[in-house]
Design a protein around this ligand. Structure first.
Ligand SMILES: O=C(O)c1ccccc1NCC(=O)[C@H](O)[C@H](O)COP(=O)(O)O
Length: 172
């Protein structure tokens, strides 16, 4: 769930609504930089909280990671380079994402996950994030070693998200 309001029009109310509607784990996907946001996430019912390595100094990243675990949630630690994967592993991340979207240029690189996946040890869950527009993209990430694929726009802009999701699941 995107909860960021200014750019994405999301909210914690959206997260609460989804929490009440589903039994699967719910991700708070936002630019988390402060412990207060982690507490908010827990209070709103999130199970997973996104931490973007590029946005956080290492001590802050480690502290937010620790707090998320202490509150019984899981951190999805997002990287966009080999150095950022190393920083994620250094804090002990067990759920590591590689975002195809460069958040400084918004350019998409669907090959980045495959380039970095080998540096994520087995036993750590590998998440391929962004740039999925078709079942072939899901299959591409699966073949590159993804355990999980994070999909946004394709599910919220299409006419029939259920059919779209079914086709993505079939490809995974
Ligand atoms: O996070 C950003 O800055 C951003 C910039 C431009 C477009 C989308 C952005 N983030 C939204 C998301 O969180 C994406 O929906 C998510 O990474 C999934 O990617 P996609 O499936 O490509 O929508």
């Amino acid at each position: 769930m995107l909860t960021e309001q200014r750019r994405f029009g999301g909210s914690l109310d959206d997260l609460r609504d989804v929490r009440a509607a589903v039994e699967v784990p719910v991700l708070r996907k936002d630019f988390i930089a402060d412990p207060y946001q982690v507490l908010e996430a827990r209070a709103a019912g999130a199970d997973i909280v996104l931490l973007i390595v590029a946005a956080l100094d290492q001590p802050v990243l480690a502290e937010l990671y620790r707090l998320i675990g202490e509150l019984g949630m899981t951190a999805l630690v997002e990287a966009h380079s080999a150095a950022e994967v190393d920083r994620a592993l250094e804090i002990g991340a067990q759920l590591v994402g590689v975002n195809a979207r460069d958040l400084t240029t918004f350019q998409l690189d669907r090959e980045l996950f495959g380039t970095l996946a080998g540096s994520i040890p087995s036993g750590v869950i590998r998440v391929a994030e962004s740039a999925v527009t078709s079942p072939a993209d899901v299959a591409h990430y699966r073949e590159a070693g993804a355990d999980v694929v994070l999909i946004g726009e394709a599910l919220v802009t299409g006419d029939d998200p259920v059919t779209t999701l079914e086709s993505f699941l079939a490809a995974g």
